[in-house]
Design a protein around this ligand. Structure first.
Ligand code: 13P
Length: 254
């Protein structure tokens, strides 16, 4: 059985002091929950502080982005090697990176490869925009994001994929459990084509988009959904703890 992952994407929120306070608030409760991998992804400037606070605990740390070059004249960017020892995970291809910073599948592919090269575990985010969904293009868009995003990358054992329909992010308009389950099944099928069925069955695929403590149970009851990538609700200690706790309970009950 796949171990669920609940990852909090803090996006561009929290100063260093706020990040420390948030993690201090969550830690004691998160430490009591077994059976779920819990990851928090603060902004770059807080990674070190959060990493120190979570050292030796069950809570893991992730970055929200990286640049694929190892070093050099790329003002403002952060190289994969700079994250080694500070965090274990990295979110790549998030729709906000695609939308506001014009990241395309090719660049995401380079980033995934670069992350794997230094031993970081990528959470590859994919998902269709509202107009793509309404035009009946969901499958085509997801298929391209997965295929190009993973092109020429040999079986990435640590890879996690997050299905985040763009229209569900930060809108309160979450995908239904059935819809998310179906698309995640599709993603698993695409991955099986590239890396084989056994690999695809081992790989965790998360849902993201307005996931909260009120709807997490419904997603976790779905056979294809292995957890969540949480935005807004990951910034409230009580909500995030409740989501992690419910994910653990749901999996135990299955
Ligand atoms: P919300 O949970 O705020 O909808 O954000 C989801 C997300 O984008 C996580 O990466």
């Amino acid at each position: 059985m796949r171990v669920p992952i609940i990852a909090g994407n803090w996006k561009m929120n929290t100063t260093i002091a706020e990040a420390e306070a948030l993690v201090r608030q969550m830690l004691p409760e998160l430490e009591t929950i077994d059976g779920v991998e819990t990851v928090v992804c603060p902004p770059f400037v807080s990674l070190d502080a959060v990493s120190r606070l979570t050292q030796g605990t069950s809570v893991q740390v992730g970055a929200q982005n990286l640049y694929h070059e190892p070093k050099g004249a790329y003002t403002g960017e952060v190289a994969p090697g700079m994250l080694v020892g500070v965090c274990r995970w990295v979110i790549l291809g998030h729709s906000e990176r695609r939308q506001y910073f014009h990241e395309d599948d090719r660049l995401v592919n380079q980033k995934v490869a670069a992350a794997l090269d230094v031993g970081l575990k990528p959470i590859l985010a994919v998902g269709e925009r509202l107009e793509e969904r309404e035009a009946g293009r969901t499958e085509e868009v997801i298929a391209r994001q997965v295929r190009v995003g993973l092109e020429s990358i040999p079986a990435p054992e640590s890879l996690v994929i997050a299905y985040e329909p763009v229209w569900a992010i930060g809108t309160g308009r979450a995908a239904s459990g059935d819809d998310a389950n179906e698309t995640i099944g599709l993603i698993r099928g695409l991955v099986a084509k590239q890396y084989g069925d056994a690999f695809a069955q081992r790989m965790r695929v998360l849902y993201g988009g307005s996931m909260t403590q009120d709807n997490v149970g419904g997603y976790m009851a779905m056979p294809e959904i292995d957890g969540g990538l949480i935005g807004g609700a990951s910034l409230k200690a009580g909500d995030f703890v409740s989501i992690v706790r419910q994910a653990a309970e749901a999996r135990r009950g299955q």
